[in-house]
Design a protein around this ligand. Structure first.
Ligand SMILES: [Zn+2]
Length: 319
């Protein structure tokens, strides 16, 4: 968790409170890269815990907080790890679950997992949103904080970039450009006026049929199938039922970006612009932002001026 280095003027009655889930909830499924069956329990956690993963198969102290400082790999998915346990203390593919927690405005949760990778479910964040809505939400007796961007930060690699600049709200504009007849150039804008559940959470991860063999020979995507990824052939979609949105790829890239930005530890208040982002670049922008201490400050979040549509739902409600 980043340290609080400044605080804006607050009115406790008008500032948002931190949240956790009301009731524990569970699911199980396979990891898309490991093809291992894992069980996941999401449990309530106290204020200021943040999101913490517990590898229950490795013992009671095998904890990793979902923070950018614990990211160790960004090839195809975002992997958290900490030293010890013979290198086994890691959790891969955290981004869709992190995006769902962010979209449902859950600040604190303990995620128990008995294997090395979060289940891929259907390749989107929608199953996790469903679970979190079923779990319900609870306010805690502590104020909610955000990282307010006060100076522009940009990371780039040739024509690809991610930039975060100061703004009163959280917003994303994301563009992809694939040389494929069904994708091409796609652009999506997402802000507090949009609904995470409807507009981003259902977008599935995707790949090209031609890349599957390459990923498998690198030991990745061993559990990938048409049940958990959109697969594009040269001129078609192989999944029965086709796409969930005509621009599902860019929606999924925005979903990944939201999940990776959540590793900043607090919601970000700022305008995010991304051209052809990926997990590595998402990691780089969060690292760059947090490492430049004059580019941000921690603020409490008022109800009305919040970065994301922040009203606290009653228990059982969600985003
Ligand atoms: Zn993804």
């Amino acid at each position: 968790m980043v340290t609080m280095k400044s605080s804006n003027t607050i009115n406790k009655g008008l500032s948002q409170r931190q949240t956790t889930i009301l009731n524990p909830i569970s699911c199980s499924g396979i990891g898309v890269h490991t093809n291992k069956e894992v069980s996941l329990n999401i449990k309530p956690a106290p204020a200021d815990s943040g999101i913490i993963f517990h590898r229950t198969d490795l013992g009671s102290a095998a904890l990793i907080s979902a923070e950018v400082k614990n990211v160790v790999d960004t090839r195809l998915c975002t992997v958290l790890s900490k030293p010890g346990y013979g290198g086994q203390l890691r959790v891969a593919t955290v981004e869709h679950l992190m995006a769902a927690l962010f979209g449902c405005k859950i600040d604190n949760a303990l995620i128990e997992i008995d294997g090395p990778e979060v289940p891929i479910m259907d390749g989107s964040a929608a199953p996790f949103v469903y679970l979190l809505e079923r779990a319900g939400k609870k306010e805690l007796d502590a104020l909610r904080r955000a990282i307010k961007v006060i100076k522009e930060i940009k990371v780039e690699n040739e024509e690809r970039f991610v930039k975060i600049s100061p703004a009163d709200n959280f917003s994303i504009s994301c563009e992809v450009n694939f040389d494929h007849s069904l994708i091409g150039r796609q652009l999506i804008a997402y802000s507090e006026n949009n609904n995470f559940k409807d507009e981003l959470s259902r977008a599935r991860t995707f790949c090209m049929e031609a890349d599957i063999l390459k990923m498998r020979s690198a030991g990745l995507a061993l559990g990938g199938s048409l049940n958990n990824a959109v697969v594009f052939s040269e001129d078609n979609v192989l999944n029965e039922g086709g796409l969930r949105f005509p621009d599902e790829p860019v929606r999924h890239k925005a979903l990944d970006l939201v999940g990776d930005l959540a590793l900043a530890g607090y919601p970000i208040i700022g305008r995010v612009e991304a051209i052809c982002p990926g997990h590595a670049m998402n990691f780089d922008i969060v690292s760059a932002l947090l490492s430049e201490s004059d580019s941000w400050e921690v603020v409490y979040i008022p109800f009305e001026e919040a970065g994301i549509d922040f009203p606290i739902a009653a228990a059982g409600g969600g985003a």
